[in-house]
Write a protein that binds this ligand. Structure first.
Ligand SMILES: [Zn+2]
Length: 275
């Protein structure tokens, strides 16, 4: 028993070390990914801008301390922060949504999010945005602005309302399916077996991986740059050639690797509980 507990602590520590936060607040160049889809986030905390003739959609707010970088990135692309009409998030964790209330107030954007994460968004607890939610979304619903359509796919587990955004963008006469993964990760300390606050958590991850595997994907993107190799792909993009963010194989490999990691952790927790 002691050996098993010690092993769990070691695994937990290793997972914590693996969570590299050094890029979270680091400046990163703003750039066009493809079509009317742009990157305006930090070196790891992804923020996406969708430009339309009727204003812009932003996905994720990051932390309040990241807002000066985000505003500057939007401006460098030639767009206006105040033209933000709709604000969306990947999921209700501070690294993606802590500043939603501020952006909403500053720009007048409508905040739209998946129903099971709404309570977290409204919460005024420490670190939570305490934001008013203008539209409550459900799986498969569409957010539309100026001819651009984003589909909200419920991919729960990481949070109950974790959302994967999909959209089509036009690039060089080609239609590309963009997938912005909400999060497939089982964070250190997550309880998959006997979780009283979230009894169906493991079944939700199972459904999420099935859904992610079913999505057509050309542009592989996500809530953190680290999911899809933002830094390396951006460097590659600068050298010309085919768009490195078009990476269906990378998408499939990432989802398969994360599914495997989930099953390993689930098995481990089931064995620990059963003895
Ligand atoms: Zn998270």
């Amino acid at each position: 028993m002691i050996r098993r507990a010690l092993f769990s602590i070691l695994i937990f520590a290793a997972a914590l070390l693996a969570q590299d936060k050094s890029d979270w607040h680091r400046e990163f160049p703003a750039f066009r990914i493809a079509g009317n889809l742009y990157y305006v986030g930090t070196a790891d905390l992804a923020v996406y801008l969708i430009h339309t003739p009727q204003g812009n959609i932003l996905i994720n707010s990051d932390y309040e301390q990241d807002l000066p970088l985000i505003r500057a990135s939007i401006q460098k692309l030639g767009f206006k922060y105040n033209d933000t009409r709709i604000l969306l998030i990947s999921h209700a964790h501070g690294d993606h949504d802590a500043a939603t209330g501020v952006i909403r107030k500053e720009t007048g954007a409508k905040l739209m999010m998946m129903e099971p994460d709404v309570a977290e968004e409204r919460s005024t607890a420490r670190g939570r945005p305490g934001a008013h939610v203008d539209r409550i979304l459900h799986d498969g619903e569409i957010v539309e602005l100026g001819g651009s359509k984003l589909t909200a796919r419920l991919t729960p587990g990481h949070t109950k309302g974790c959302t994967t955004w999909t959209m089509q963008v036009e690039e060089g006469g080609r239609r590309l399916n963009a997938v912005i993964i909400g999060s497939p990760n089982v964070n250190p300390g997550y309880i998959l077996v006997g979780n009283t606050k979230y009894p169906q958590i493991a079944q939700d991850y199972v459904k999420t991986f099935a859904l992610l595997k079913s999505l057509p994907c050309d542009l592989f993107l996500g809530a953190h740059g680290a999911y899809f190799g933002l830094k390396a792909k951006y460097e590659k993009m600068k050298t010309g050639g085919p768009n490195p963010f078009i990476d269906p194989d990378g998408y499939r490999a990432y989802v398969a690797e994360r599914e495997n990691a989930f099953h390993k952790e689930w098995d481990h927790q089931q064995k620990s509980n059963g003895s």
